[in-house]
Design a protein around this ligand. Sequence first.
Ligand code: SAM
Length: 406
Amino acid sequence: AEPSPFLEHKPTTTPGVLAIALLSRDNYQPVTLEQSAGAVDGYAEGVVLNTRFGSFPHSTLLNIPWGSQVPVAASSGFIHILRPTPELWTSSLPHRTQVVYTPDYSYILHRIRARPGTRIIEAGAGSGSFTHASARAVYNGYPTGPADQRGKVFSFEFHEPRYEKMKEEIKGHGLEGVVQITHRDVYQDGFLVDGQSPQATAVFLDVPAPWEALPHLSRRRIKKEGANAGSDDDWKSPLDPEQSVYICTFSPCIEQVTRTVEEMRNLGWTDVDMVEISHKRYNVVRERVGINLPNERGFNQSPADVSEAILRLRDINKRASDYQKSQIQANGQDTGTEMDIDVPPGKAPDGAIGNVYDDEKPWTNGRICHRVEGDIKTHTSYLVFAILPREWDEEAEAAAMAKWPC
Ligand code: SAM
């Protein structure tokens, strides 16, 4: 099977692989590229990607370097074909639920110590936004040693259609070896997979009542009434018994946080704290492309006064008049396209060199400023973090002493 494009970088697009078409700023369309022999759906070119900017036969998108610009036939437009990343997938995935966005999941993955080789439990899978980000974080190839040395995401989802869709996506995105999804109500039935412990050291809960799932995330069976009651005879912990476990729960309401924290304290979690990510994007731009004037600070400063406007209008008039002349020359007649803007009386600044835009160094035109863009989409939630230390008893002490005698 092809390695997942989310995990391993091949230089070019290949058939059967997910690509993200960038249509315009922040406008993405995911597409699985297909090689077709002959006409498909009435298109002689085979499978076609239809966008609102034009149609692209997949054959024109295959076997080209990732990031390529592809022109729209019969127009001056173009799109870009991008290699999928969790960030691009989050921006383009079909929403089946609320999703966790990049500003939150990058911080969460850092706090729960997700790194190559980590075994992480996630519930619920929802639309798979967090799943993709965590798969990349824990991927450590396919080590030849014991299976439990492989970084893995154990994902749980109780809503059947969402579970089925996720299974299909994980397969389609080549993530089957890294993500294992289970159809399960985790409040009721916990986190074992095929009766085995995932041996997790990191947990992320994005479910409405994390406190209902917490009793299943302890080192020993916690006797509870009702839904979480059960025999502890054959109970296994889904956690790695020899390492501390880091958890994050994601809840939109403070009441959910209060109940979660209370339960964490009952169950021996430590270092409990809550964070809210308040993400803002500052867009650094050149404010206006102005006219280059020499002054004490050098060229390429944009004066924001009337003299600049005068120069600009003169420039527009000159271009219009040049165009007019060229038309008369070419057609022998006045095309009536004359543009004549009244230039107000005024004096252009001395020494103005009059070039409106420096093509050679476009990055030097205009004046740098920043604007705060409207908050990017983010499902504002409270993040509760906590740590469950590994258990330590006389047996563990003796084993440690045997390993590292003083
Ligand atoms: N984190 C996901 C993402 O980034 O795409 C979104 C998760 S969505 C907000 C919550 C999901 O939890 C829903 O799909 C829901 O079906 C699932 N869920 C709720 N309660 C559950 C339970 N007891 N067991 C398993 N899944 C559950």
